[in-house]
Ligand binder design. Structure first.
Ligand code: WT7
Length: 650
């Protein structure tokens, strides 16, 4: 693509019309917007009817006690039955549920729906034998292997609440989550494969268990890599032994629609991660419906979402949504090498592909020759999620990966929303590169100003949601007050998402990034304060301030400014590396600052508040903004000088 074609493609009002055939056969058509707006509850009821229920609901929505919503009140349902058993009962037991692609070359496995149903039943029996009961919490800390899906569905089957902790998080992060939700059982693996080599998980669990004391009675360990592990008799058990000996018969209980399904921790603007609580009926309705409509899912599609199950995208669009829809999907372990993703698309004839802008930008840098050498003609719909997709990356994705045939759906949503909220519909929307376009049918979103008034077209403001939706979070685990304060207190009756957004001249929505102290690095959510606390917990650090600076590949990058304690002197020659490692150990490698600057002072207002805005100017190499409110305006000169020194040393 030369510069001229690119700029033509990016011209302001550039839109991509849906392909004619897709439009003609689309699962959801234009009329849905009006129909849903006229009667949102009837619309969501249609969505819920695609699932198998025990008892049907007697009320679609109870919103008498906002912000605490109840969906499909009186209904009973089992998520695991919807994700496995019912497909077998419908005669699709031989259909592949998961084409699993392990990291070592050639390590692949296909799991059919019949096998999935059997494994889930066995795991449910095993958990029952281990004393897990309805309502108990189970922590899951696993690599991307089919057993993690089985473990989640087995919990769901019993009504036990899972909390999946991303395998890239540290022992500390695991421990704090286990403690917060009081989990008594942990399911893990000896390790997983990353970048061609086994990477251990079990030692992190052992370290976490030291921190949680004797709270956890059982650690169930899947053997994945075969590496040596320390064994704690009486606590540790092998998955293949305990699950392996169980029967494939398991009578599922139908749970109340509002029975908790899982807790997913996510970073907020304060240090302590928030436990986002999702319940069963509404969540399954919202995820399966949007998976079917936003990707225009058809029976013969092969779907692939590249997200890790440790994040909400993995929960909603790898496990619950797709499996409830009986889809055949790819599950990929490990890290992508050059071309390895495109080979998977070619080999498995993937037709729907869902990934993050940061990955697209990485591949863009490697050059189009690599994807061009694979046959990706099976693709028909492409999705993007996790952060704003810049128009250049969008156009490249559409053209180079999608062969200019496939619509790109830029899907905006959050851990809290559970389901996609703002997105084009591939058979309806003439989408613009870089815009998530508009709220899905049945969803009510708006961009408002400080006084909660809708902004006119051509103006920016805050993104809010105005009506409850089925997969919305129900509360924060054990903290109703924080739930209200965080999302519902800024304006009466509106859900505040924490994102800035703009309406263009046509009224379409463009997401502009977070307006709070939350950073988005490679589509992963990190809190500035959490990283600051991690830095300050190092003995040599007196104070720390963290900002997210824009980064060409990862969207944002973590930049830290630290003041050392007097006793630490200059910290020694390796101080920066030492602190980066410390952050990785406290939170996880994804939180490692790209750059750490040791500075003599931090810019503060007279009331002692750190002015992150000014640090961001430094981090992004911009002219320093207004310093008149600083208690000591010479501080910025000192920081700039230190920055100049550190960049010339690089
Ligand atoms: C935050 C939520 C949604 C699952 C993955 C991340 C940002 C997400 C988009 C998008 C612009 C996006 C927002 C949001 N975000 N998708 N398509 N365009 N921004 O879930 O970790 O809960 O993060 O990710 O800032 O608030 P999460």
């Amino acid at each position: 693509m030369n510069d001229q074609t690119l700029s033509n493609l990016l011209s302001e009002d550039r839109r991509f019309e849906p392909p004619a055939e897709l439009a003609a056969n689309a699962n959801v058509k234009e009329e849905a917007y009006e129909r849903a707006a006229a009667d949102p509850e009837a619309y969501w009821e249609t969505a819920a009817e695609r699932l198998d229920w025990g008892q049907k609901w007697d009320q679609v929505l109870d919103w008498t006690n906002p912000p605490f919503a109840k969906w499909f009140v009186g209904g009973t349902i089992n998520a695991s039955v919807n994700c496995a058993d019912r497909h077998v009962a419908a005669g699709n037991g031989d259909r592949v549920a998961i084409h699993w692609v392990g990291e070592p070359e050639g390590d692949t496995r296909d799991v059919t729906y019949a096998e999935l149903a059997d494994e889930v039943a066995k795991a449910a029996n095993a958990l029952t034998e281990l004393g897990v009961r309805k309502g108990d919490r189970v922590a899951i800390y696993m690599p991307m292997i089919p057993e993690v899906v089985v473990a989640m569905l087995a919990c769901a089957r019993l009504g036990a609440i899972h909390t999946v902790v991303f395998g890239g998080f540290s022992a500390d992060a695991l421990a704090s989550r286990v403690i917060d939700c009081d989990a008594r059982v942990v399911i893990t693996a000896d390790g997983g494969f990353r970048r061609g080599a086994p990477s251990a998980l079990k030692p992190a669990v052992d370290e976490a268990m030291e921190k949680v004391g004797d709270l956890v009675r059982t650690v169930l360990v899947v053997r994945r890599t075969g590496q040596d592990v320390d064994w704690h008799e009486g606590r540790d058990l092998w998955w293949h032994e305990v699950v392996g000996r169980q029967s494939t018969e398991h009578e599922p209980e139908m749970h109340d629609s509002e029975h908790p399904l899982f807790v997913m921790y996510t970073s907020g603007s304060t240090g302590k991660p928030k436990g986002i609580l999702h319940t069963t009926g509404g969540y399954l309705t919202g995820t399966s419906w949007t998976h079917w409509s936003v990707f225009d899912l058809k029976d013969d599609d092969v779907y692939w979402c590249t997200a890790d199950v440790g994040w909400i995208t993995g929960h909603s669009y790898l496990v619950y949504g797709p499996l409830a829809n009986g889809v055949t999907q790819v599950m990929f372990e490990g890290t992508p090498e050059k071309g390895s993703w495109w080979k998977v698309i070619q080999d498995y004839k993937v037709s729907i592909f869902y990934t993050a802008p940061t990955a697209i930008r990485t591949f863009m840098k490697q050059g189009r020759e690599i994807p061009d050498s694979y046959d990706m003609s099976s693709l028909r719909v492409l999705g993007s999620v996790g952060e704003p997709i810049n128009p250049e990356a969008y156009v490249w994705y559409r053209s180079v990966i999608g062969g200019d045939r496939c619509p790109v759906v830029d899907t905006w949503w959050q851990t809290e929303t559970g389901q996609i909220m703002i997105s084009p519909l591939p058979g309806v929307t003439a989408a613009k590169p870089g815009s998530a376009m508009k709220a899905l049918p049945g969803i009510s979103a708006d961009v408002v100003d400080d006084d909660a008034h809708s902004v006119p077209n051509g103006t920016g403001g805050y993104l809010v949601l105005k009506q409850p939706w089925p997969a919305m979070l129900r509360t924060l685990w054990g903290d109703d007050q924080r739930f209200k304060d965080t999302y519902w207190s800024r304006w009466e009756g509106l859900y505040f998402a924490g994102d800035g957004a703009k309406r263009d001249d046509d009224g379409d929505i463009w997401l502009l990034g977070r307006v709070d102290d939350v950073m988005n690095v490679s589509g992963h959510r990190l809190s500035t304060t959490e990283i600051e606390s991690a830095l300050v917990s190092h003995p040599k650090v007196a104070e720390a301030a963290v900002v997210g600076a824009s980064d060409e590949t990862t969207g944002q990058a973590v930049i830290a400014f630290v003041i050392l304690r007097e006793a630490a002197g200059d910290g020694g020659p390796d101080i920066v590396e030492e602190l980066r490692k410390h952050v990785a150990h406290e939170i996880g490698p994804i939180a490692k600052p790209r750059q750490i600057m040791v500075v003599p002072e931090l810019p503060k207002t007279r009331s002692g508040k750190i002015m992150r805005r000014l640090l961001k100017d430094v981090a992004e190499n911009r002219e320093i903004g207004d310093v008149t409110t600083l208690a000591d305006s010479t501080v910025m000169d000192l920081i700039k000088a230190r920055e100049a020194e550190s960049s010339s040393a690089d």
